[in-house]
Design a binder for this molecule. Sequence first.
Ligand code: HEC
Length: 154
Amino acid sequence: MPTSLRSWCLAATAAVVFASGVALAADDPDSAIQYRKSVMGTVGANMKGSALIIQGKVDFPANLAGHAHAIAEAAKLAPAAFKQNTDGQGSEKTTSTGDVWSDWAKFESGLKKLEEEAAKLAQIAESGDMAAAGAQLGALGKTCKACHDDFRDK
Ligand code: HEC
């Protein structure tokens, strides 16, 4: 094995050992906040892409299923991304309220709903029925609003 490859392997092994060693420790609050914002930003960006396609403002109908799948996948990442209670911690800007953690079961069920409605949009998108996709985009948008009303500072 070339030296450079060997040292990369050693570094990767060390990283795995290190990661497993700290798996139960809390992340620093600013990084935890940045991470969950990156997950929600993915949801937001793909929602925007879906809307532009469904409204016919861009002509990429074949891309719609991909955006919907991306939202469903991000929804699956979200429970872990939000798990750490950062209420009142860190200096990174956040709009999450403390209710995320005091009412976790409700918050988590909202994420489940997000995943389900996005998966439905993906299914409809694959059928190519843009009118039905528009109706489902509305249903998906309601899950965003319901959760943001309850769990985000305005
Ligand atoms: C179950 C709750 C929940 C659902 C459902 C949800 N969100 Fe959010 N979202 C949040 C919370 C909480 C934040 C605040 C994150 C923070 O700042 O810590 C957020 C933040 C965001 C952000 C800002 C990210 C940033 O960079 O600050 C965007 C964009 C977003 N959501 C879009 C959406 C869209 C679009 C949907 C629906 C398709 C959606 N969200 C569904 C709870 C939810």
